[in-house]
Design a binder for this molecule. Structure first.
Ligand SMILES: *Cc1c(COP(=O)(O)O)cnc(C)c1O
Length: 380
């Protein structure tokens, strides 16, 4: 029998959450299309799994590698595919033309590469402008050079140009206005479609929706904000990481639990040992007191997370024992809460889900049709 740990991925949650992102776009009065951001193996949820679930609703998919983009094409997906970091070399550029991909362009040299490549098809590109994040993109003073490059022969090799920027503080107090202002300044002389909003901007700053929004974390049902829950927006968790209690220890006051003995019992304590550790992707930084659900009841972790196990307090859950179900995050316990306790964000928890954790899928549309209600086992 395999270890009881598993990640359950709810395909219907992807569709629900994507629909919610689109509804926000429509409510703002605009007609924004939305890239489903599926980079990093769909934030740890499985690229093809997420893409298939969204296949008939997503306007397009955004990710990083040509290889991942080709996998989507091979899976039969025909939507536009945006390469968020652009092409890395000539081979990538050729693949963009072959597979109909939309690369981001963030350096002048890349425009020249397009001109020199003699591609068999014109390319749609996203021009990435640096409006204050200071990672990728053209700075204000480079805009004239970009414009003159575009006015030259390069234009003949392009089918469309969209202006793109990324927010650094859409989730916090600084907000988006300072970057929007710079972006307007940079793009004043252009009349082109724009793509700006990440999840945080979609939820809090509808003025940023533009022509194409780029929702990521909300597709997976987590919140981009430290101070507002995903549930408050109507988002549904796509991933539930669960396991079981594999042993129980009864300890007395003054006894300690696990490596380093970082938890000391102050009362007679029932310690539940859970088959889940940092080698499964659970954060080792989770301190005593991190929320966890056992047998449907919320309790806390006690003691340090080890490679294959972690420990929790069952003292006030007498009905829980060996075999009881444990939810590490997902249904009934937001990944955001666990992440906050561990000093990180849900994005990192999802991306860290280990290969050794078996994945099962639920919420397949075929099941909705009633043909096969059984959970579908899938090999990743
Ligand atoms: C990852 C990413 C997104 C999605 O961000 P979320 O916060 O997950 O919504 C959008 N745009 C770009 C350029 C990204 O790299």
């Amino acid at each position: 029998m395999p270890r009881p740990i598993q990640a359950c991925i709810d395909l219907s949650a992807f569709r629900h959450n994507y629909g919610l992102a689109k509804t926000r776009a429509a409510q703002s009065g605009g007609q924004a299309s939305a890239w489903a951001v599926v980079k990093a193996d769909a934030y740890g949820h499985g690229l093809l799994r997420a893409a298939r679930a969204l296949g008939d609703v997503a306007d397009g998919f955004a990710l990083l590698d040509v290889e991942a983009a080709v996998a989507l094409r091979d899976a039969g997906l025909r939507q536009p595919i945006l390469l968020l970091e652009g092409f890395f070399d000539r081979h990538d550029l050729a693949a963009c033309a072959d597979y109909g991909l939309t690369p981001a362009v963030h350096r002048l040299e890349q425009l020249r590469m397009i001109r020199d490549a003699a591609l068999p098809a014109r390319l749609p590109i996203y021009l990435k402008l640096n409006s204050g994040m200071n990672r990728l993109g053209f700075r204000l003073e480079e805009i004239p050079a970009v414009r003159s490059e575009l006015a030259k022969d390069t234009a003949a090799f392009l089918s469309s140009v969209t202006l793109m920027m990324h927010f650094a503080t859409a989730d916090g107090e600084r907000g988006v206005d300072w970057q929007l202002e710079r972006f307007r300044q940079m793009t004043a002389a252009w009349d082109l479609p724009v793509s700006m909003a990440n999840s945080a901007a979609i939820l809090r700053h509808p003025q940023t929706l533009g022509d194409w929004a780029r929702p990521g974390i909300i597709l997976y049902g987590a919140s981009p904000f430290p101070d507002q829950s995903a549930a408050s927006f109507g988002l549904r968790p796509a991933m539930t990481l669960s396991s079981r209690i594999l042993s129980v220890q009864a300890i007395g006051p003054g006894e300690r639990v696990g490596y380093g003995g970082i938890f000391e019992a102050s009362r007679p304590t029932r310690v539940g040992i859970v088959a889940c550790g940092y080698a499964d992707g659970y954060p080792r930084s989770a301190p005593n007191g991190t929320p966890i659900r056992v047998a449907g009841v919320r309790t806390v972790t006690i003691g340090r997370v080890s490679m294959d196990m972690l420990t929790c307090d069952l003292t006030d859950i007498p009905q829980a024992g060996v075999g009881s179900e444990v939810v590490l995050w997902g249904e009934g316990l937001a990944a955001d809460e666990v992440a906050a306790a561990a000093g990180t964000i849900s994005y990192e928890l999802f991306c860290a889900l280990a290969r050794r954790v078996p994945v099962i899928e639920i919420g397949d549309k075929r099941e909705d049709d009633g043909r096969d209600k059984a959970e579908k086992e899938s090999k990743t």
